[in-house]
Write a protein that binds this ligand. Sequence first.
Ligand code: SF4
Length: 70
Amino acid sequence: MALKITLDLDLCQGHSVCLGECPEVFDVVESDEGYPQVILLQEAPPPELREKVEKAARYCPNHVITVTEA
Ligand code: SF4
């Protein structure tokens, strides 16, 4: 089953931990806020990426990323 990722962008401060853990799904780019923020490269990543996506969610210092089943 594919994964569904939800981001709480109000909390994201561009630490890029997510990008380090799973570059297949997360990128960090300049935002309108004037600092970098996360974007999703895949809205519904395949199950093979579950472990990496869950690590990104766990290690994000601001708890921006929520992972559920699609
Ligand atoms: S989602 Fe978390 S780890 Fe990724 S850039 Fe935002 S604050 Fe940093």
